[in-house]
Design a protein around this ligand. Sequence first.
Ligand SMILES: [Zn+2]
Length: 299
Amino acid sequence: SLLVNDLLALFLNTPKIDFPGSSPCCETFTGTAHWSEDYLDCGGTKQSPVNVDAAQAIFSPDLRPIQLSGYSLPANKLLKLKNNGHTVVLELPESLALTGGYAQQYRAVQLHLHWGSPSGPGSEHTVNGRRFAAEIHVVHYNTKYDSFTEAMVHPDGLAVLGAFLEVGHGENQYYHEIIKHLPEIQEVGQETLVPGFNIAGLLPANLKFYFHYNGSLTTPPCYQTVKWTIFNQTMLLSHRQVCQGNELLAGSLPASPCNWYRCPVPVICSSCGSQRRDGCHCILTVLLPDVNAGFKPEE
Ligand SMILES: [Zn+2]
């Protein structure tokens, strides 16, 4: 529809950073092509990430703004930040929760970042084929299960909030709270403690506009149990901050010509007449009357 196109035009008119030649070799990321040999789900039909083809997204008037609860943490609440060899993971206390936008309640367990490399951008999801500098994932599990581990095998088990990071002007103060600790965890397996801050600041201020689909974990075991929300508003970091993130991976991982993301998995069917149709990524989106208030990079 025209509205969807308008919305996407706004989304895509955000500042771009030019990377020399986007690497086509992401499938060599720990042999993603072979994951399904050991993990059946990795060869499934609802895998993530995907390329969001905006023209194929279905308008859903039922989508509600995502509501965060308990995301503002006091500085005396210390959070564990770890280099796991692929990325940095910040453990989150269970007091953080999603209280709106999903049909059920989810509590946070961790967030992590998918950085690029000096040779290219590193977001996992793409929009109309465009890859962004980096991507944040805030991982939650359904409160009806006792733990993340129990939840992750159930179809309604996990909810992940995703947002794209781009290079803008000036430092992002919220990302600074994480990035300033990266020198302490240069080696794989190293961890450090980060004083609490307002975690919501790592996500867009506007939580009303997003794409939503049912997908999977993007690494083995690739369970198809993730309800994804990908926000349209992007986060702006300084060039230096993005480079610091990229360098963490470059410094701690084996030398590789590739970027460390999984290639978007093809969307199996091009049109999804019903949201409930199986074997298909039905990507939903939302339009609200004040759409022009959104779709701008966060300042
Ligand atoms: Zn992720």
